[in-house]
Ligand binder design. Structure first.
Ligand SMILES: Nc1ncnc2c1ncn2[C@@H]1O[C@H](COP(=O)(O)OP(=O)(O)OP(=O)(O)O)[C@@H](O)[C@H]1O
Length: 303
């Protein structure tokens, strides 16, 4: 399920056969992907897959070694395109001496048609700390300020790298509400995350990368069904070899307390065999394959 070259939708971002090398390191190798306008796309991949490198090219922060990068129909290294993109990098340069409100006000001045400062503060759930110096914010609050700085220019495209790292559960919920609101308002959003459950809930599309190339591209539902089957969990005395020999088991893991997680496309046959053996089980749980299962499946395979 690779990305189609011919498009019947409007693409906000197109990378065609993009290669990026840093000396001997090939970070991206012939990366081809499209991000559709008005959609929330999650870019997933293990550490070192090339997500941040791809985003930095979309931001016009460097040139590809080979291939083409187009954002909103133009080269993101040009000022005209760049001013229509908002970015929240993994490590943001936040003006630490300013208050939150001053920092957001300052950034708003860089853009021709910014949001009202209070609106940006509200989207980032920062109203309560608007008067606090940025340098005195907690780690999670700094991430929220970085989000406010990314959105205050009212960009058409938002590129967000690992937004919720360091945020507590409540901030995360508020962040996803804000992102969903921006998407509903027609913004195009591309974000990377290692929280697959969040991506599964919120994203219209998911692109999975590994070793600088796209492994899969589709809706969360399509990727889940590609993983297929179900996840069966229970606690028992069975060791890994016994679990692996059960009928229909495609992957098995067990920890030292006997908590087993099995992936299978035939959960009924598997449970039937377990019950027929009379194996004592507790904490039995059967669920549909998740996006995380699909991700692990894809990224475990040799790239
Ligand atoms: N400036 C650089 N110089 C040398 N190597 C680099 C540079 N930037 C990235 N790389 C390498 O390119 C590869 C891709 O890195 P990148 O940061 O894009 O991955 P990532 O998918 O964002 O990872 P993570 O999930 O850990 O943030 C890695 O092997 C990384 O070490």
């Amino acid at each position: 399920m690779t990305t189609a070259r011919r498009t019947d939708f409007s693409s906000a971002i197109v990378l065609s056969d993009v290669r990026k090398t840093f000396g001997p390191v090939t970070a991206l190798r012939d990366l081809t992907l499209e991000v559709r306008s008005g959609e929330l796309t999650a870019l997933l991949g293990p550490n070192g897959a090339g997500k941040t490198t791809a985003i930095s090219l979309m931001l016009g922060l460097g040139a590809p070694t080979a291939g083409q990068v187009q954002v909103l129909g133009g080269d993101p290294r040009g000022g005209a395109v760049r001013s229509r993109i908002g970015s929240m990098p993994q490590e943001s340069a936040i003006p630490l001496a300013l208050t939150v409100r001053e920092a957001v006000t300052l950034f708003a001045r860089f853009y021709p048609a910014p949001l009202a400062v209070d609106q940006a503060l509200g989207l980032a759930d920062l109203g309560g700390v608007a008067g606090r110096r940025a340098g005195a914010l907690s780690g999670g609050q700094k991430r929220r300020l970085a989000f406010a700085l990314a959105v205050v220019g009212n960009p058409e495209v938002l590129l967000i790298d690992e937004p919720t790292t360091g945020m507590d559960a409540q901030s995360r919920l508020a962040f996803w509400d804000a992102v969903t609101e921006l998407r509903t308002a027609g913004r195009t959003i591309l974000l990377t995350t290692h929280y697959l459950e969040e991506a599964e809930r919120a994203a219209d599309r998911v692109i999975v990368m590994n070793a600088g190339a796209v492994l899969a591209d589709g809706t969360p539902e399509a990727l889940r069904s590609q993983a297929g089957g179900a996840r069966v969990r229970f606690t028992s005395d069975l060791v890994l070899a016994q679990l692996q020999s059960l009928p229909g088991v495609e992957a098995a893991e067990v920890d030292d307390r006997g908590h087993a997680t099995l992936r299978t496309s035939a959960p009924e046959a598997l449970l039937g065999a377990l019950f027929a053996q009379g194996t004592p089980l507790s904490e039995l749980e059967v669920s549909r394959a998740s996006l995380e299962d699909a991700f692990l499946n894809l990224t475990r395979a040799p790239a």
